[in-house]
Design a protein. Structure first.
Length: 361
């Protein structure tokens, strides 16, 4: 059963003028047809960031005693953490503490990688630093993803451990998705501020926005687990992902950050424009997120979309920001398999969801 709760922000540019103008039935139909199970919310304007637009929550899969209490639970943000780390880096760029085109060694002189003197902060943000990839790590038995396992025998210290090991190529080439890039960025942030990356997130993002249900693993007892078919996924230590995927928070906390970015509360215009400058030659990769224009059903012209996605285990997240429409759409899926699809292909759940939410065809 789909549980629906509805609240509204102040009216936004090109957004429905009132609740009566929003096609709730159409949006519900898109969600139901896709078989989406999880939480989904839409912010329709730049009013009070604690308020959101149409809110859809599917809670049938919650374990007791949390069934029917969706706002009391948090989600793993997975690689949306990278988007938050990019914001923290750009805040330090604004303050003149970090230069995007300085080599990593300028901030981490003890970084043991062969690419330390040539890979830049920008390279790390764009996955172009040529560092080893934890997803390619192997145990003695050849099992993949050994880096994240409980019996990993290497070092997870981003300065001297696995991420400082044999490089995979020269910096500045083709991008290759890699968690080590952001683990090293976390170490850079600590080196220049004196605070761990997660403490910096709490100080410079969570605290100014009054967010109450965010943090970094370990220590969160109310994170929603995913389901693989009819079975709950195996438990895992989410703290091993660090600055690459180690944050948790509520649906509304993530929406509040999206709204704050659009409103200029976390970054100034120049820094935000630089962070959201999608490079067509890199598949529209920007800094910590992808930014591109795509046609949506019902909109007269292509719409600029900021997208950050993530997934660990059976849980997936999509964070969409539509700056010119002053909207954000956040979705957490909790059952595997579920296909979000690709917006640029003009079909699939993400495409249908944004078309209905943004364009109201």
């Amino acid at each position: 059963m789909l549980r629906i709760a509805i609240t509204f922000c102040l009216a936004a540019l090109a957004a429905p003028a009132s609740a009566d103008d929003f096609d709730f039935d159409g949006l519900s139909a898109v969600i139901a047809e896709a078989g989406f199970e999880g939480d989904l919310a839409i912010s329709t304007g730049l009013g009070d960031p604690t308020q959101t637009g149409p809110r859809y929550s599917h809670t049938d899969l919650l374990p007791e005693p949390w069934r029917g209490w969706p706002d009391g639970l948090t989600w793993r943000w997975a690689s949306v953490t990278k988007q938050m780390v990019a914001v923290l880096v750009m805040q330090q760029v604004e303050r003149g503490v970090i230069d995007l085109d300085e080599p990593v060694a300028s901030y981490l002189p003890d970084f043991a990688s062969d690419n330390a003197e040539t890979a830049t902060i920008r390279n790390l943000l764009q996955h172009r630093a040529g560092l080893p990839n934890p997803d390619s790590s192997e145990s003695g038995l050849g099992d993949p993803y050994a880096y994240y396992s409980a019996d990993f025998r290497g070092s997870r210290d981003p300065v001297s451990g696995f991420c400082a090991g044999p490089v995979t190529g020269k910096p500045g080439g083709e991008w290759s998705y890699n968690n080590c890039d952001y683990m090293v960025l976390g170490a850079v942030l600590e080196a220049v501020t004196g605070l761990s990356w997660d403490a910096l997130f709490m100080r410079d993002i969570a605290a100014p926005l009054g967010l109450e249900f965010v943090g970094a693993y370990p220590g969160e007892d109310f994170t929603r687990w995913g389901w693989m078919g009819e079975a709950r996924e195996p438990e895992r230590d989410l703290s091993v992902y660090g600055a690459s995927a180690g944050l948790y928070g509520s649906l509304d906390d993530l929406l509040a950050i999206d709204v704050a970015l659009m409103r200029g509360d976390l970054l100034g215009k120049a820094a935000l424009a630089q962070m959201w400058d999608g490079n067509p030659e890199l598949g529209f990769m920007a800094l910590g997120q992808w930014v591109f224009e795509a046609p949506l059903n019902g909109c007269e012209a292509p719409v600029r979309i900021v997208e950050r996605r993530g997934g660990i285990g059976a849980v997936q997240v999509r964070n969409f920001i539509i700056p010119e429409r002053q909207m954000a759409v956040v979705a957490f899926s909790q059952r595997e398999p579920f296909e979000f699809g690709e917006i640029w292909m003009g079909s699939g759940f993400s495409y249908e969801l944004l078309s209905k939410a943004v364009c109201q065809p």
